[in-house]
Design a protein around this ligand. Structure first.
Ligand SMILES: [Zn+2]
Length: 136
């Protein structure tokens, strides 16, 4: 099956209670960033997780707020992302939001780790950006 038709790595469940396909979920933003930015902070957070899974540094950097954006991004060789759980999405005001999530990853050494964060997002000129995070 084409990768675009497989369940999106972010695990989002659609209206029919079935996992959304990549092309109907984060793929809309990852592959059409210029014309279709993620419409809310949770969608952006999910699409950034999917970008980690697909090692899309271009998307991760483009959706990082310029004030915090690293110059380059390296992916851990052999690491495998195992799943995402969005625990909370809180709109603080029109242009600020917080998303709390947990992501599981298995490193090249085979050890599983669980990463939990509260990420901050800001909207500027109609686009949401990831700013930074506190450990959850
Ligand atoms: Zn997705």
């Amino acid at each position: 099956m084409a990768a675009d038709l497989q369940a999106c790595p972010c695990g989002r469940i659609g209206a029919q209670k079935k996992p959304l396909a990549y092309a109907a979920c984060c793929g809309r933003y990852l592959d059409h960033f210029d014309t279709t930015p993620a419409p809310d902070a949770e969608s952006l957070m999910r699409s950034r997780y999917t970008a980690f899974v697909r090692e899309r540094a271009d998307y991760l950097l483009a959706t990082w707020h310029p004030s915090q954006r690293p110059a380059t991004l390296d992916f851990e060789a052999g690491a495998k992302w195992l799943g995402l759980e969005v625990k909370a999405h809180r709109a603080i005001d029109e242009t600020h939001a917080m998303v709390e999530f947990a992501a599981r990853c298995r490193g090249a050494d085979g050890r599983a780790t669980r990463m939990q964060e509260r990420s901050r997002f800001v909207r500027e000129q109609g686009r949401w950006y990831y700013v930074d995070a506190d450990p959850g």
